[in-house]
Design a protein around this ligand. Structure first.
Ligand code: BES
Ligand code: ZN
Ligand code: ZN
Length: 498
C-alpha cells in the first residue's frame, strides 16, 4: 500500500473515491465542497439525514464536477468523544466502502483538529494505522483466482494542510511501523500451528536479531539447558509434544538506556489441553495460544526503528501442549526455576506453568524495573470481560496507570482487575507449594493472576489476559476474523511514553 501526504486540494486529486470526514453538526466544514458540487451535497445529506453522527455514511457520484469519481461522507460523532480510536474506526469504515466499490486510488480528508485534545500527530498516526490494518488480509492459503482479478486499493492520499506537513510526516512513519507490527502479529497467529511451531518462533526471533545485530541479541535456550536451569514447570508442559521446546530470550539495547523492561509472551503454539483434553469446539482456535508471544516478537521487530529508550527483554517460553504417553498427568508435581513446587491438577492450565519459569528466569537473569506479560491465559477472563476487553492485573499503581493511559491512545481496551489476598488460599496445594487450578468454580481469571504473582517477587509487574481480544471470531471493518494483533500498539505506545 502506497500512502502519500498531499497538500493539494483533495477535490483536484485523480482518485476514484474521496473520503471526507465530518464532525457531528459541523456540516459547515463542507461548504466549499458543496459549492463545488453545485449544491447537491447538502441536499443529498439533508435527504439522507446525515448530520455527522458516528457510523453515518453517505456516498455520491460527483458527475465530473470535481476530480474524484465519488465522494464518501463519514460521520465522526461528537468532538468530546472523538478520540484516536474513533478516528481509526471511521477511517476503517471509509476504507471498507472504498474496497466495496473496488476503488484503486482514494483520498482521505480528515479535520484533524476535531480530535479530542487536538493532537494532530496522533490523528495522522491513527489514520495511517487504520488504512493499513483495515486492508489486512490473510489470503495465502486461498486457491481461488477470482479474488486476484478484482482491482485492489493500492494508493491512499492523505490531505494535509501545509502547516501540519512536518508533523504528519513523522506520524505517517510511526503509524506505518505500528500497523506493520500489528499485521505481523496477526500473520503469526493466523498461520496454522504446524507452521508456527516453537522452532518457527525461535527462527523468527533469530531473523529479527540478524536484521539489527547492533541493537538486538537473541538467545535460544534448548531443552537440555532449560533442564539444567531447573525449568521444570515449562518442561513439564513441553514434554508431551514431539516438537522441541524453544525458550526465546531477545534483548534490545538502545544507545543510552533509561532502565529495563521485560515483556513476556505466552507461547503455547497449540493448546490441546494435554491429557485434560479440551472438547473439540474449544480446541478449534487454539493455534491462537501464542498470541502473546506473537505480540512480543512483533514489538521487537520494530523497536530499533522507533528508537525506544529503555532496554527491553522479550521472553517466550515456547512449546506445544499435547497429550501423549510422555505428557504431564493430573496429580504430577513440577518444580519451577525459582524452587516453588506446583501440583498440576489440570494440564489445560498450562500457560501459568510456562509463565512461572519465564518470570523466574527474568528475575534471576534480567532483573527488570518493570515486567509485563501478555497471555491468552483463561476462558474465565472472557466470561468476565467479553471478547473485546483484556484483563489487567498489576502490583504497581504506576505501571497500571501508564498501561491504561497507553490503551486509551492505542484503542485496545483493558480493564483493571483485583489481586485479592483472600483468594490466595484457593491455589494452595496440600502437598506442594501451589496447585495450578483453584478450589471452586468462580473467579478463574483472578486466581490465575494470583498464581502468576507468586513468581514476580518485588518487581513492578502487570499481567494482561488477552484470551478474548487476541482473536476475532467475526469480521469487523478494522479487524478481520482471526488474529487481531492485540497488545502490539498498546506495548509500543507504552514503551514510547516511558
Ligand atoms: N489457552 C487457554 C485459555 C483460552 C481459552 C484462551 C479460550 C483463549 C480462548 C488456557 O490454557 C486454558 O485452557 N485455560 C483453562 C484453565 C482452566 C483449566 C483452569 C480455561 O480457561 O478453561
Ligand atoms: Zn490450556
Ligand atoms: Zn493455553
Amino acid at each position: 500500500m502506497n500512502i502519500q501526504l498531499k497538500v493539494t486540494d483533495a477535490t483536484k486529486l485523480d482518485v476514484d473515491a474521496l473520503c471526507v470526514f465530518v464532525g457531528q453538526d459541523h456540516l459547515d466544514t463542507l461548504a466549499s465542497l458543496n459549492e463545488k458540487l453545485s449544491g447537491i451535497l447538502f441536499s443529498v445529506l439533508k435527504k439522507e439525514g446525515f448530520t455527522g453522527k458516528k457510523d453515518q455514511l453517505v456516498s455520491l457520484h460527483t458527475h465530473n464536477r470535481i476530480a474524484p469519481y465519488k465522494v464518501i461522507l463519514l460521520g465522526l460523532g461528537k468532538k468530546e468523544e472523538c478520540d484516536s480510536h474513533r478516528i481509526r474506526t471511521a477511517v476503517s469504515q471509509g476504507i471498507n466502502e472504498v474496497k466495496r466499490i473496488q476503488s484503486q486510488r482514494c483520498a482521505i480528508d480528515m479535520p484533524v483538529e476535531f480530535l479530542k485534545g487536538s493532537d494532530i500527530s496522533r490523528a495522522f498516526q491513527a489514520i495511517v494505522e487504520a488504512v493499513l490494518i483495515s486492508t489486512y488480509e490473510f489470503g495465502k492459503y486461498k486457491s481461488t483466482q477470482d479474488e486476484e482479478k478484482k482491482p485492489k486499493l493500492t494508493t491512499v492520499y492523505l490531505h494535509v494542510l501545509p502547516r501540519y506537513l512536518e508533523i504528519a510526516e513523522g506520524a505517517v512513519h510511526v503509524g506505518t511501523i505500528f500497523a506493520h507490527a500489528i499485521c505481523q502479529a496477526r500473520d503469526l497467529v493466523n498461520e496454522p500451528s504446524d507452521v508456527t511451531t516453537p522452532t518457527h518462533l525461535a527462527k523468527t526471533a533469530e531473523a529479527i536479531a540478524k536484521k539489527y545485530p547492533r541493537e538486538i541479541r537473541v538467545k535460544i535456550i534448548e531443552k537440555e539447558e532449560a533442564q539444567k536451569l531447573g525449568m521444570g514447570a515449562y518442561l513439564g508442559v513441553a514434554k508431551g509434544s514431539v516438537e522441541p521446546p524453544k525458550f526465546i530470550h531477545l534483548t534490545y539495547t538502545p544507545k543510552r538506556s533509561k532502565g529495563k523492561v521485560v515483556l513476556v509472551g505466552k507461547g503455547i503454539t497449540f493448546d490441546t489441553g494435554g491429557v485434560s483434553l479440551k472438547p473439540p469446539e474449544h480446541m478449534e482456535t487454539m493455534k491462537l495460544d501464542m498470541a502473546g508471544g506473537a505480540a512480543v516478537l512483533s514489538v521487537f521487530t520494530y523497536l530499533p526503528e522507533l528508537d525506544v529508550s529503555y532496554t527491553v527483554d522479550g521472553i517466550i517460553a515456547a512449546c506445544e501442549n499435547m497429550p501423549s504417553g510422555s505428557a504431564l498427568k493430573p496429580g504430577d508435581i513440577v518444580t519451577a526455576l525459582n524452587g516453588k513446587t506446583i501440583e498440576v491438577l489440570n494440564t489445560d492450565a498450562e500457560g501459568r506453568l510456562t509463565l512461572a519459569d519465564a518470570f523466574s528466569y527474568a528475575l534471576k537473569f534480567v532483573k527488570p524495573d518493570y515486567m509485563i506479560d501478555l497471555a491468552t491465559l483463561t476462558g474465565a477472563c472472557m466470561v468476565a470481560l467479553g471478547q473485546d476487553i483484556a484483563g489487567l492485573w498489576s502490583n504497581s499503581e504506576k505501571l497500571k496507570k501508564a498501561l491504561i493511559q497507553s490503551s486509551l491512545v492505542s484503542g485496545e481496551k483493558i480493564w483493571d482487575m483485583p489481586l485479592p489476598d483472600q483468594y490466595r488460599e484457593l491455589i494452595k496445594s496440600p502437598i506442594a507449594d501451589l496447585k495450578n487450578i483453584q478450589t471452586g468454580r468462580y473467579g478463574g481469571a483472578v486466581t490465575a493472576a494470583l498464581f502468576l504473582e507468586e513468581f514476580v517477587g518485588n518487581v513492578p509487574w502487570a499481567h494482561l489476559d488477552i484470551a478474548g481480544p487476541a482473536f476475532a471470531e467475526k469480521d469487523s471493518t478494522l479487524i478481520p476474523k482471526g488474529g487481531t494483533g492485540f497488545g502490539v500498539a498498546l506495548i509500543l505506545t507504552f514503551l514510547l511514553g516511558l
